[in-house]
Write a protein that binds this ligand. Structure first.
Ligand code: NAD
Length: 472
C-alpha cells in the first residue's frame, strides 16, 4: 500500500510549501556512514567501548564539553588553555555510556555530551545511551538519576528528525552476574545498524547470558538452524520467514490450509518448508515437532519459534459476542501456550533446543488498549504477560532459552491497508519517524531477539512502532 503522504510530499510544490517529508530510513545490516562517537557521563566505564569494538568498529573518541574530556591546547602566542575537543562535523552515531552516573548533577554531563552530537548527527543516525537498571543503582538519588535517562532518551527520540533514533540500554553492573561486552554486542549491533530503523524511544535490558550463548555477532547468525514461523503465508510473517532465511535459517513456514498458496510461494522463495496447519488444532505442537524431526532428522531441534499468526475481530465490547471474543484469544494467545508446552519437552524429537528462543508478537494495542479491540488487546497484553513469566522461569533460564516479544505499531500490511484512509493516514504520522513501519522492520527486531548472540536478552517487549504516541 503506497504511503499517500510520501507521494504527495515528493511533489515539488509540497516541498516548496514546507510540508514535512518522511525520510527514507536506513535499513538492513548497514552501519552508520559517519563515525561512531563514544562519550561518557558520570565517569568512564569500558563496557560501551568494548561492545562497540566487538562489532569491528573503531570508535572515534569525542571529547565533549565535560570536565573529564577537556584537553590542553597551546595558542599561537604560546599560552595554554583547557578546551573541549571538537566533535567531527558529521557523525553516524553517539554511544553515551552513563552507567557510572549517580547524581542529579551528573545529568549535566548527559546534556553536554548529547548537545553537540545531536547537532552533528547524520540522517538515520543513532543515539544509544547506556545506563544501569535503576533499582540496582543504590541510593535514591542514583536511582533517580538512572531513571532520568529514560526521560531524556524518550524526549530526544521525539526531537530527532531525518530518520535518526534514540534508545536506552540498561545493563547489570552492580549484581552478581554483571553484563559483559559480549552480552551487549548483539544489542549494540542491532541498534546501530539499519535493522533497528523503526525502533526509537525504547528501553532494553541486557543481562548476562548463559555460557552456551557466548556466540559471536555474525551476519548469518542462524546458519543451519531450524526456525518455525507461524502465520508465514503473508504480511509480517512472510517477511519474518524471508529475514530468517537471509540469515541462514532452515525455515518451517506455518499457516492455515486456506492460506496454502501464499504459504507455498513464501516457502519456495526462501527454500524453506511449508507446513499447512491451523495453530489452534489441539495437536499443533506435536505436528510441528514431528515435521521438524521428519524433515531434518530425529536429532534435529528447533532453535527459534516465532508466534506471529494473529487475527482481529474488532467490535466495541458492548457489541462483541462469545465467538469474536474467544477466537481472537484462542489464535493470538491460547494456541501458543499449548504449542510452547509441547515444544519445551526436552525429550521430544523436533522440540525446542537448549539455547533456543521463543519470540511472541504483541502489539501497541496490547500496551495502550484500542477502541473496538478489547479482545485483541487482551490477547496481545496476554502475550506480554506470558513472555515475562516464561523469561523469569529458572528452569528455562537454566536451559539457556530466552523468551521475548515485539510489539509492532503501525506496519504497512494487508491488515492495515484495509483501514479507512483517514484513520490510516493519522496512524502513519503519529510517531517520531512520521511514517508507517515495514514488515521487515518487525522481522529484523525478531531476528535480533532470537539470535544466538542475544542470549543475555530475555523477558523484553520491544516496540517496533517508530515511537508511536499510542501507548507511549
Ligand atoms: P495478516 O493477517 O496479514 O497475517 C496473519 C497470518 O496469520 C495470515 O497468513 C493468516 O492466515 C495466519 N493465521 C491466522 N490464523 C491462523 C491460525 N489459526 N493458524 C495458522 N495461521 C494463522 O497479519 P499481519 O499484519 O501480517 O500481522 C502479523 C502479526 O503481527 C499478528 O500477530 C498481528 O496481530 C501482529 N501485528 C500487526 C500489526 C500491523 O500493523 N500489521 C501491528 C501490530 C501487531
Amino acid at each position: 500500500m503506497a504511503d499517500l503522504m510520501q507521494i504527495l510530499t515528493s511533489n515539488p510544490i509540497a516541498r516548496q510549501l514546507g510540508v514535512p517529508q518522511p525520510t527514507n530510513l536506513r535499513r538492513g545490516r548497514e552501519l552508520p556512514s559517519g563515525p561512531v562517537v563514544l562519550a561518557t557521563a558520570g565517569g568512564a566505564s569500558a563496557l560501551a567501548r568494548e561492545a562497540v569494538e566487538l562489532l569491528g568498529l573503531t570508535p572515534q573518541d569525542a571529547l565533549v564539553d565535560t570536565p573529564q574530556t577537556r584537553v590542553t591546547q597551546t595558542d599561537d602566542d604560546g599560552r595554554t588553555r583547557e578546551v573541549p575537543t571538537p566533535y567531527p562535523s558529521t557523525i553516524g552515531a553517539v554511544v553515551l555510556d552513563a552507567t557510572a552516573l549517580t547524581t542529579i548533577e551528573d545529568l549535566e554531563g548527559v546534556r553536554g555530551a548529547l548537545r553537540p552530537a545531536l547537532k552533528a548527527l547524520e540522517p538515520s543516525g543513532r543515539v544509544v545511551v547506556l545506563g544501569v537498571e535503576p533499582e540496582t543503582a543504590g541510593a535514591p538519588t542514583a536511582v533517580a538519576a538512572q531513571q532520568a535517562l529514560e526521560g531524556i532518551v524518550r524526549s530526544v527520540g521525539k526531537e530527532l528528525r531525518k530518520g535518526a533514533t534514540a534508545n536506552l540500554v540498561r545493563v547489570d553492573l552492580l549484581t552478581d552476574a554483571p553484563t559483559t561486552a559480549a552480552d551487549l554486542a548483539s544489542t549494540m549491533s542491532f541498534l546501530l545498524e539499519g535493522r533497528s530503523a523503526y525502533v526509537s524511544g525504547q528501553v532494553l535490558h541486557v543481562g548476562h547470558g548463559a555460557a552456551a550463548h557466548a556466540a559471536e555477532v555474525s551476519s548469518r547468525p542462524f546458519e543451519g538452524q531450524v526456525v518455525v514461523v507461524t502465520g508465514a503465508g503473508r504480511g509480517i510473517g512472510a517477511s519474518i520467514a524471508e529475514t530468517f532465511a537471509r540469515d541462514g535459517a532452515l525455515v518451517v513456514a506455518v499457516d492455515v490450509p486456506a492460506g496454502g498458496e501464499g504459504l507455498a510461494a513464501v516457502a519456495n522463495r526462501i527454500g524453506g518448508q511449508a507446513l499447512q496447519l491451523d495453530i489452534t488444532a489441539p495437536d499443533a505442537g506435536e505436528r510441528i515437532a514431528a515435521h521438524v524431526a521428519q524433515r531434518f532428522g530425529e536429532a534435529a531441534r528447533i532453535h527459534t519459534v516465532v508466534h506471529n499468526a494473529g487475527i482481529t475481530r474488532d467490535k466495541l465490547l458492548v457489541n462483541t459476542d462469545e465467538e469474536r471474543w474467544g477466537s481472537v484469544l484462542e489464535v493470538n494467545l491460547a494456541a501458543q501456550t499449548r504449542i510452547n508446552a509441547v515444544l519445551l519437552d526436552p525429550a521430544l524429537p523436533g522440540g525446542l533446543d537448549d539455547g533456543g528462543s521463543i519470540v511472541g508478537v504483541a502489539s501497541t494495542s496490547g500496551i495502550a488498549g484500542n477502541r473496538g479491540q478489547a479482545n485483541y488487546a487482551a490477547s496481545k497484553a496476554g502475550v506480554i504477560g506470558l513472555v515475562r513469566a516464561m523469561a523469569a522461569d529458572p528452569a528455562l533460564a537454566a536451559r539457556g532459552i530466552t523468551v521475548n516479544a515485539v510489539a509492532p505499531g503501525f506496519i504497512e500490511t494487508e491488515m492495515t491497508g484495509k483501514m479507512p484512509m483517514a484513520t490510516r493516514e493519522v496512524a502513519r504520522r503519529i510517531n517520531s519517524l512520521q511514517q508507517g513501519g515495514r514488515p521487515v522492520d518487525v522481522a529484523e527486531a525478531i531476528g535480533y531477539l532470537a539470535a544466538p548472540a542475544s542470549g543475555a536478552v530475555s523477558g523484553q517487549v520491544l516496540r517496533v512502532c517508530g515511537q508511536s504516541q499510542i501507548g507511549a
